[in-house]
Design a protein around this ligand. Sequence first.
Ligand code: GA4
Length: 328
Amino acid sequence: MVVLSKPAIEQISLIQNHKPTFFSGLPTIDLSKPDSKTHLVKASEEVGFFKVTNHGVPMDFMERLEAEAVKFFSLAQPEKEQAGPANPFGFGNKIIGPNGDLGWVEYLLLQTNAKSISQISLAISRENREIFCSAVNDYISAVKKLACEVLELLAEGLKIQTTNVFSKLLMDEESDSVFRINHYPPCPEIQALDCNLTGFGEHTDPQIISVLRSNKTSGLQISLPDGSWVSVPPDHTSFFFIIGDSLQVMTNGRFRSVKHRVLANSQKSRVSMIYFGAPALRERIRPMPVLMNDGDESLYRDFTWSEYKKSAYKSRLADYRLGLFEKR
Ligand code: GA4
């Protein structure tokens, strides 16, 4: 058996500490407003990221899952490791993906169907496991529904007549969506340094759309089109949406798959939960014909989600994964 030694803090990349700039222009979309679809499209084109309010997900679902996550991450290391390794699903600690990426984070990576959630190996009593699984399932169902609503509004905003074009991909029984709960423990050692510590390194999400909710601790940053990094003020009552690579391709580059990263905090722990909405493995990812005008050509060669996912898992976190699929 190969025993891998645990990554130490010294192995995790530091990020130059320019004064964090809060994102003053963060697109915030109130779903109860009739013109929300226009704002959703604009934000997806210009930033690839937006915050959603009046989303209809009960606060209780978010709080229950956060409390369960805090309980899980406060278990002793060997108990948490019983749910590992994270490849393909389960508990992970500092190691992100299969290609040597490291971050100041521990996490649970889960499939989104109730059956596989009930099968994760947790070192907790049967009763507590039921409470944990029901919090995860309730949360995923509510957030998946919200993701589908937002995708429908985006399709309407893009003037696509056919209903459910994007949301049917997430609703497919074979959808390959995943869910992760990240815990970024506080890291007091970095206070003495004039640097930030990488919690989760910069990357784009390969899927269609990601829906993130965090506690009140900051850390998330996104990259603006001019290449600058801005911090996203935390809001535990709202959801943050991240456009993924697949939606960039389906809109032939009109929507922007946004680069984002998380910095560790020296004093407070950050807990985030992210639903990554993905199609079924067999699904072809290509620009939607209705979005193409006469003479428009696809910027990408045809591929299936299965091909893209395989290629993504061979890449490093910060790689520009779509590059391999662009027509030159
Ligand atoms: C980024 C988005 C999701 O968190 C994730 C990540 C996955 C992993 O953590 O195992 C990847 C990363 C993510 C993209 C490139 C590959 C795969 C780590 C990595 C280096 C679960 C996903 O689907 O892709």
